[in-house]
Design a protein around this ligand. Structure first.
Ligand SMILES: [Zn+2]
Length: 230
């Protein structure tokens, strides 16, 4: 925590190891970034995300395209960086990862008609507690990079759900069911739904279903990290 307070005051140190950042480095030093387990290509990340969803939920939810930057392993330095952006007030780190994710999407070729970006919302009481929604900050970073609007107002979380990390696997899959409600005068035809980490995929599916129920056509998915089950 102290490291992160220092980072707010002195943003030229790495949020993970505390070493001084060199020119061109932002938030995390190159050495820490090189320890993150990045997917080999944007299409590979989409494929792994698709296989993850299919293996857990069958064909019950079909998404258009998908992108993740990293495989998430416990105790990897990436965990520290993601924790900082979620719980320790470093929302600029979330925007930074959003920009990287946007660049990753563009580098993989077509982003095929995405009209707007919707972050997975926090319950409003949780947002008051944390002061911001990290997924919205990631969405803003993506939006600036790919030149698409961010529309958080289209989706609300009306039911409090427990932190996914605190639940056993079976309960995690059921936990976010029906937790979201979508609203909007007209739903865009193709929405990019954004979250920080995909653990079981249950949150993404529940949010996507709410958007589809409200009239959204195609849904694509993007997340900074996908939990590797190792
Ligand atoms: Zn570092």
């Amino acid at each position: 925590m102290l490291d992160n307070v220092l980072h707010l005051l002195f943003p030229h140190v790495c949020i993970i190891c505390g070493e001084s950042l060199r020119q061109g480095e932002l938030h995390c030093c190159s050495s820490c970034v090189s320890s993150f387990d990045r997917f080999s290509s944007p299409p590979e990340s989409g494929e792994v995300l698709r296989n993850t969803m299919v293996s857990r939920y069958g064909g019950r939810f079909a998404f258009e395209q998908g992108w993740c930057l990293y495989r998430f392993h416990k105790a990897n330095p990436l965990q520290h960086a993601l924790h900082s952006m979620k719980y320790e007030g470093l929302f600029t780190v979330a925007e930074y990862f959003g920009s990287r994710l946007g660049e990753w999407m563009l580098s993989g070729g077509s982003i095929d008609g995405i009209e707007c970006i919707v972050p997975v919302p926090l319950h409003h009481l949780k947002k008051i507690e944390r002061t911001y929604n990290q997924s919205e900050k990631i969405a803003r970073g993506i939006g600036r990079t790919i030149g698409k609007p961010v529309c958080p107002e289209l989706l609300q979380r009306h039911r409090w759900t427990f932190s996914q990390t605190s639940l056993p696997a079976k309960q995690r899959r059921k936990n976010p069911e029906g937790a979201f409600r979508a609203s909007g005068a007209s739903m865009p035809g193709h929405i990019l739904l954004v979250d920080d980490i995909v653990t079981t995929g249950a949150t993404m599916i529940s949010a996507a279903k709410a958007l589809q129920k409200a009239g959204a056509g195609r849904i694509s998915l993007a997340a900074v990290a996908l939990a590797a089950h190792d």
